[in-house]
Write a protein that binds this ligand. Structure first.
Ligand code: GLU
Length: 292
């Protein structure tokens, strides 16, 4: 097996202490396995993309000693690949157009006394649009036992999600015409030959959807490892919206030592080289190929 890992930031602002943890964990895991590590710029959500943010992120990563082993992939250039995957799913009768607005979905969930009122799409348009114009396109999820997706996360342990009751048929193409993150990430991971996904635990909940999509597209399922997210002082996930400060490009070492500490790794080092040597060896003890 040739290990291929990735860091896939959305360029919605500069890198901060939270995104550094995901970058570092994915980088250390790749190095601990003697594998390669690539950066993918997840700018599929054009309205959220901030001009210049991706280049700034790549420059910061370079200052912090993390260089993509291959030229970064930009999702904004990959429309044809997403379209081709979508057409394959369409040919297999796995997708259907949906005319529901958010409001209508919320109302029908309230009427059905659904427990996961904000999560599971109730399947209103499965059998047709009922005269409404098509807005989004959804992937049909299986019913019954087949809806239960199980995987073992290398950090979080065994996971189960019932796609039918907890998620419902999910969007592959959004009402605004953009490709959904779930489709883009699965197509891109498959094409890049990603064997190991290491990212923040806020994406744990998306993993079952991605595994199911891989199965629909005949793509292999990578190993997953979700690291704890960094929270702001008020307990929310650290992000630009919750006031995360951009990383100082000129002071990488302190921020790296802090990110490693968040991952349970204590290292002291005077240089980037010494930091990566020590941190990779500590990571390998827990998550390297010989650790299991
Ligand atoms: N672009 C996503 C984010 O920044 C990460 C996607 C992934 O790692 O699968 O939250």
């Amino acid at each position: 097996m040739t290990y291929r890992g990735r860091f896939a930031p959305s360029p919605t602002g500069p890198l901060h202490a939270g995104s550094l943890v995901s970058a570092l964990a994915s980088f250390l895991d790749a190095r601990a396995h003697g594998g390669s590590w690539i950066v993918r710029i997840e700018d599929v959500d054009a309205p959220r993309t901030v001009a210049g943010a991706a280049d700034e992120m790549l420059a910061t990563l370079a200052h912090f000693g993390m260089q993509s082993d291959a030229p970064p992939v930009w999702q904004s250039t990959r429309d044809a690949a997403y379209q081709a995957a979508f057409e394959r799913l369409q040919a297999a009768d796995l997708v259907y157009p949906c005319g529901c607005t958010r409001r209508e979905i919320a109302d029908s969930l309230v009427q059905a006394h659904a427990r996961h009122a904000t999560l599971a799409y109730p399947g209103t348009c499965r059998d047709g649009l009922h005269g409404k114009p098509a807005r989004a396109w959804r992937l049909r999820v299986p019913d019954g036992d087949a809806a239960r997706i199980r995987f073992v996360d290398r950090w979080q342990g065994p996971q189960t999600q019932n796609l039918a009751t907890e998620v419902g048929d999910f969007a592959l193409r959004r009402a605004d015409g953009l490709w959904a993150y779930q489709l883009a990430v699965v197509v891109d991971d498959a094409e890049a030959g990603i064997t190991h996904v290491v990212r923040g635990a806020d994406l744990l909940d998306s993993t079952a959807r991605q595994i199911y999509l891989q199965q629909c597209l005949g793509a292999p399922t990578p190993d997953y490892l979700h690291v704890p997210v960094v929270n702001s002082a008020s307990g929310e996930k650290l992000s630009k919206q919750t006031g995360a400060a951009p990383l100082d490009q000129h002071a990488p070492l302190g921020a790296l030592i802090e990110a490693a500490r968040h991952l349970g790794i204590e290292v002291s080092a005077d240089t980037l080289d010494a930091f990566y040597r020590a941190a990779t060896s500590e990571w390998a003890k827990r998550y390297g190929p010989d650790a299991r």
